[in-house]
Design a binder for this molecule. Structure first.
Ligand code: ACO
Length: 482
């Protein structure tokens, strides 16, 4: 994996002050510390070029060894001409590359990743790598959603012999439904139409649906009986403490914390349902389960209440926060570290989480073979998938004859990601720059052609960053590299 986020950022506490909202509203209320900001000199094409170029360079990937390249984004440029085609400039002698740009709010990157997984697993696979690029500039009109802007891109190399592996591709579950929580119907602006409160509930619904199906599938794959009537014990069932790590799509940190609490709620309800069904349990086990449940801090009435009636229950929310707190600290904080200071990156958010996990846990030498990370990706509209990745040491298991035969390790990823240091070297800008940056983006969006970017870039970009030179009179965009 390789990540990119602009060099300039805004502090959320300074933004609170600047916006005249109460202190703590963005930092404590949303759990965010900072937000990446960029103006009209960058677009998703330039950011995708930056991150893909860096991936090829850092990992010394010969562009001719790539057979699939797919992009997930919802910050559309040129609509029908996909960002994938712009990236073809990085593959000058290789036109035989499948894939296009996939769109569904924050889910496009995951759809692209699943396509890449399927290709690498299929008879169509020709031994070359796939690259998945997730890239977005998250922007909102003035109002409560503004502090949840952000910008970033992640490029993921997919092949066999990976240190992060989808060992069993059946370990995944999807939620798809038709909701209008966040969408972009007004083509004259870059901003979405968003129903913030509804989007939170849709996120919970999708998570709970994916998680329930995921648990059932993993249990079935492990031969664990769903109803307990076959004698499986509760400890055998997959639950929110079963994976070593979780990685969530992170529009803002507080939502991830609350959502992880909801997973513990689902666990308690599933356990209760099993108890009710478990007529064939031995008396001893039944007694143990009853004792266990009476100790549970989640009041019994919640275990059978229609789940729809629980989303706005603040008392329950507080209980779930306490129940999940210590597990959250161990299993999710490392993955969330980057998004807390980069902001929402839409399609890239969940991949930032994965990169942050590798960077933090890997650098402590703790991302060892046999550990697992469960990933949850949500895109409004809505599409969501939960899947499980296994950490393994490819030097022990790699089959050199498969594919390119290169071996990648967590250590190499940690060295190349170097996220802490890279994010620490960013430049903090005044919060009023957010308005300026968004105004320049809005001007570009409606500006017609030709167009020349006006947002200041001099000395403000990391070396190796692509930027937009301009849009010519025939609407064609061109890019240069710092
Ligand atoms: N100090 C501490 N906490 C505070 C303060 C303060 N001064 N002021 C408010 N808060 C708390 C509130 O009590 C609330 O806490 P709670 O979540 O525990 O109830 C929290 O801050 C949020 O405040 P709200 O008034 O509920 O919401 P707000 O008006 O700030 O809007 C929202 C938040 C809806 C997330 C908005 O930012 C938004 O619409 N964002 C975009 C949509 C989004 O990201 N959806 C998520 C999934 S879809 C996607 O990824 C795009």
């Amino acid at each position: 994996m390789e990540i990119y986020t602009p060099r300039t950022y805004i502090s959320q506490s300074k933004l609170e002050e600047h916006s005249g909202v109460s202190q703590g509203r963005y930092t404590l209320g949303l759990g965010q510390e900072a937000m990446a900001v960029t103006g009209d000199a960058e677009d998703v094409n330039s950011m995708a070029l930056t991150v893909t170029h860096a991936l090829l360079e850092k990992y010394k990937i010969d562009p001719n060894t790539v057979g699939r390249l797919e992009v997930g984004t919802e910050t559309l440029v040129d609509k029908s001409k996909s960002t994938k085609t712009v990236l073809m400039d990085l593959f000058p002698n290789n036109t035989d590359i499948e894939g296009a740009t996939v769109i569904n709010a924050c889910y496009g990157g995951t759809a692209a990743l699943l396509n890449a997984f399927n290709w690498v697993e299929s008879d169509a696979w020709d031994g070359r790598y796939a690259i998945v690029v997730a890239v977005d500039i998250a922007t909102y009109a003035r109002g409560p959603a503004r502090p949840t802007c952000g910008a970033g891109a992640v490029a993921v190399l997919v092949g066999r012999n990976s240190p992060l592996a989808l060992v069993d591709p059946r370990e995944r579950a999807t939620h798809a439904s038709n909701v209008y929580d966040f969408f972009k119907p007004d083509h004259s602006v870059e901003y979405p139409v968003v129903d913030g409160a509804l989007s939170q509930v849709c996120y919970y619904r999708a998570l709970e649906d994916c998680y329930t199906k995921f648990c059932n599938k993993v249990d079935a794959l492990n031969g664990v009986d769903q109803s307990s009537q076959g004698g499986s014990k509760d400890g055998d069932h997959f639950d929110a403490d079963s994976a070593d790590y979780f990685v969530f799509h992170a529009p803002y940190n507080k939502l991830v914390q609350k959502s992880y609490g909801r997973m513990h709620f689902v666990d308690a309800r599933r356990k209760h349902a099993r108890k009710l069904e478990g007529k064939n349990l031995f008396a001893e086990e039944k007694k143990a389960e009853e004792d266990d449940e009476s100790d549970s801090p989640i009041a019994k009435e919640y275990l059978t209440k229609p789940i729809e009636d629980t989303y706005s229950d603040k008392a329950l929310e507080g209980t779930l926060k306490n129940v999940s707190k210590s597990s959250y600290n161990t299993r999710l904080t490392d993955a969330n570290a980057a998004s807390k200071i980069v902001g929402n990156t839409y399609t890239a958010s969940v991949f930032f989480g994965l990169a942050s996990l590798v960077d933090k846990v890997g650098s402590r030498g703790e991302l060892t073979s046999g550990k697992t990370a469960v990933v949850f990706s949500y895109g409004s509209g809505a599409l969501a998938t939960m899947y499980r990745l296994h950490i393994r040491d490819p030097t022990q298991s790699a089959n050199e004859t498969i594919g390119q035969g290169r071996i990648f390790t967590i250590d190499e990823m940690v060295k190349n990601l170097n996220i802490d240091q890279r994010l620490a070297s960013r430049e903090q800008v005044h919060p009023q720059e957010l308005d300026l940056a968004l105004e320049t983006r809005a001007r570009m969006h409606r500006g017609g052609a030709p167009y020349s970017p006006v947002y200041p870039t001099n000395g403000r970009m990391f070396p190796g960053t692509y930027y937009l030179n301009g849009i010519d009179s025939k609407w064609r965009r061109s890019y240069s590299r710092v």
